[in-house]
Design a protein around this ligand. Structure first.
Ligand SMILES: C[S@@+](CC[C@H](N)C(=O)[O-])C[C@H]1O[C@@H](n2cnc3c(N)ncnc32)[C@H](O)[C@@H]1O
Length: 271
């Protein structure tokens, strides 16, 4: 099994303290996922939700807050990530606004949970960091029959259309880890553990500014920037800045497209 994370260890250790502020949050996706979680909670007395590659857990917190489950005792939520620095050093229960969220350190490719014990596995902006086949096989094992796998990611096409893919030199070519919709569907299919996935594009826009974008690039908001040499990166930032200034009327107020893909699959009964 090829585990990819060691190459990005230093990246995530470096960005961990500022990650939450550097990345934007897709509220449309949060609302949609919260609806799915609420639906699952209707049929279960208590639900267990696992966010794999959770990082700081910002999406999990928002989904729980939106679904209003964190105010009940009917939900156990786990943020799971290989990087202790991303999870934070102190326990989630003392830091997080959602006191019910626990943190577990581990690899997405080796989920340390008993079979059929999880109701929903979520993963945001992370599946391209994993060995997808090992991760999906593990999810098929830990999800209870009827449990939901919810994948939020960007396809290479969507990545190409972001402000980075459009204006930052070589950003889209260098990011070769993202799965196409077809590749994701095939990877899910190969496990034999899920019913037909229902992928849908989530279009969302975010208002930003040139200075925030430059901060994001320099701060390493996307691990893609690790694929540039120092000199290449500095030259790319200059070209990016020039292109953005030429393209947008007011660089202090820029509306950018940031579409993502949401794929939801239900776990089959394996018996
Ligand atoms: C781009 S970040 C996304 C974090 C979070 N889901 C979010 O959207 O804010 C990817 C996360 O995946 C984690 N990660 C990378 N490879 C991993 C692996 N093999 N197993 C578990 N976590 C991994 C990283 O440490 C990082 O926190």
């Amino acid at each position: 099994m090829r585990v990819r994370y060691p190459s990005m260890k230093h990246h995530f250790a470096r960005v961990a303290p500022r990650y939450r502020q550097m990345r934007d949050l897709d509220v449309t996706a949060v609302r949609r996922i919260a609806r799915i979680i609420r639906q699952l909670a209707k049929s279960e007395f208590r639900i267990v939700i696992l966010d794999v590659g959770s990082g700081t857990g910002r999406y999990l917190e928002s989904v729980l807050a939106e679904s209003a489950l964190e105010t009940t005792h009917r939900c156990c939520a786990l943020r799971y990530d290989v990087m202790r620095e991303m999870l934070g050093r102190t326990s989630a229960s003392s830091r997080s606004p959602c006191r019910s969220i626990k943190s577990v350190v581990g690899l997405a490719e080796c989920l340390p949970f008993a079979p059929d014990t999880i109701d929903a596995v979520l993963t945001f902006n992370a599946i391209h960091h994993f060995n997808a086949a090992s991760f999906l096989a593990g999810v098929g094992r830990v999800l209870r029959p009827g449990g939901k796998l919810i994948i939020y990611t960007r396809t290479p096409e969507q990545n190409r259309c972001t402000v980075w893919g459009t204006f930052f030199p070589r950003f889209a070519e260098k990011e070769d880890r993202l799965l196409t919709e077809t590749e994701l569907a095939a990877a899910l299919d190969q496990t034999g553990a899920f019913g037909r996935a229902e992928p849908c594009a989530i279009p969302w826009k975010v208002e930003t500014s040139l200075s925030r974008l430059i901060d994001q690039a320099r701060g390493g908001a996307y691990s893609t920037f690790e694929f540039y040499s120092r000199l290449e990166f500095e030259e790319a930032v200059q070209v990016f800045e020039r292109r953005v200034v030429e393209h947008f009327k007011d660089p202090s107020r820029i509306m950018v497209q940031n579409d993502h893909l949401l794929a939801v699959a239900a776990a089959r009964s394996m018996s």
